[in-house]
Ligand binder design. Structure first.
Ligand code: PLP
Length: 382
């Protein structure tokens, strides 16, 4: 077991191949989280009443530098769902008109599909889930196929940067570039990206981008961000209207206070960044990506099914989804957990073919992947 694995609070009896769902937090970062909670309780009035903005601004500045974004465009939110809901709900306030089209893929996160269904129900806009061919071939072919879904009514493009069910990296930078030229708003769901892929929000050029720190940056749960480019601040309405909703307010001042709440997870971001730097995270990430490619080989050898993508960093980072033979997914999940102590999510392609989604974080080794491959072999060869 790598020394770093010892630092994680995970149950050592479980083969944990599901970092992607809710992340996992190492002890030093979790200790910092508890320290902030104690600090709040020591003097709640000073913490929440006087120091609140300065504390959050300092943490935001660190995150902004990491993401290459202006701090004034970056807001802490508890999770990507809330970040993206803030924007989606704002678009209902006169921005979207009946017949407007929101173009997306058929591999988006379920909760966000529901968010857009709600928005469309109330605005008369249309949410178009473009079927994207699997397996993927080249980013250029992917972009061309997606772009054929754009019409003169397309006002928004909504895409995951890394998808949930298929764990693919979508070539969103090129889509954002084309969309900007065409006057289409881009909203990118980067829930899985910070910490997993290098991220330069300014270079990427999305109008809106929301990402989680509590997944691949290993902060405690409830730490995420919403990035909105300056030119869109005027139409963003806070999801929660509170003291900051003043005519002269900024994107930050209008949204940063949402009533009394625990912001310790936000304030832990600098400690997470320090942790990543202290442990040479770029090298660790390379090792995890190599482990993901090992998983591609091992599991493909067991199933003999065509993978969703080549074993290439172009298409996946530390997380990948691999096809499984036809099976009863809930029964398989129970079997993997009960009989093999493997915690792993099972998903499907848009047309319902079963997938196993493997996450590789610094605490995982080839032994974990071998255990999964052996378990699948014994189940499917029986
Ligand atoms: C692509 C994608 N978007 C959004 C989310 C939602 O993240 P959260 O629950 O932190 O809001 C997830 C969660 O796994 C996801 O995979």
């Amino acid at each position: 077991m790598p020394a770093l694995a010892e630092l994680f609070l995970l149950d050592k009896e479980i083969i944990f191949l599901n970092h992607g769902s809710f992340g996992a937090c190492p002890q030093p970062i979790f200790d910092e989280y508890l320290r902030w909670q104690r600090e709040l309780e020591r003097q709640p009035v000073r913490f929440l009443g006087r120091d609140y903005d300065a504390l959050l601004d300092a943490a935001r500045a660190r995150l902004a530098a990491f993401l290459h974004a202006p701090p004034a465009e970056l807001l802490f939110v508890p999770n990507a769902t809330i970040g993206l809901n803030t924007v989606a709900r704002s678009l209902m306030l006169g921005w979207l008109k009946p017949g407007d089209e929101i173009l997306t893929s058929d591999q988006e996160y379920g909760a966000l599909n529901r968010t857009w269904a709600f928005v469309c129900q109330h605005t008369g806009a249309r949410y178009l889930e473009r079927p994207m061919p699997l397996p993927v071939t080249t980013p250029a072919a992917w972009v061309e196929h997606f772009w054929q879904g754009v019409t003169e009514r397309t006002r928004i493009i909504f895409l995951s940067h890394i998808t949930s069910p298929t764990a693919l990296i979508f070539p969103v930078a090129e889509i954002c570039r084309r969309a900007r030229a065409a006057g289409i708003l881009t909203i990118i769901d980067g829930a899985h990206v910070p910490g997993q892929l290098p991220l330069d929000l300014t270079a990427l050029g999305a109008d809106v981008y929301s990402g989680n720190c509590h997944k691949w940056m290993c902060t405690p749960k409830g730490s995420a961000f919403l990035h909105v480019r300056q030119e869109h601040h005027a139409w963003i309405a806070p999801l929660v209207i509170s003291h900051g909703w003043l005519p002269e307010g900024t994107f930050i001042s209008q949204n940063q206070w949402q009533g009394t709440r625990d912001v310790a997870a936000f304030l832990t971001v600098p400690a997470a960044l320090d942790f990543m730097a202290a442990h040479d995270w770029d090298s660790r990430r390379d090792e995890c990506q190599a482990l993901a490619r090992y998983a591609w080989q091992r599991i493909t050898a067991v199933t003999e099914l065509e993978p969703l993508s080549p074993a290439s960093q172009t298409w996946f980072g530390q997380m990948l989804a691999l096809p499984l033979p036809p099976c009863d997914l809930p029964a398989l999940k129970t079997r993997l957990y009960d009989d093999f102590r493997i915690e792993i999510p099972l998903t499907t392609t848009p047309d319902g073919r079963p997938l196993v989604r493997v996450s590789c974080q610094v605490y995982n080794t080839r032994t974990d992947i071998d255990a999964l491959a052996d378990a699948l072999h014994s189940i499917f060869s029986a």
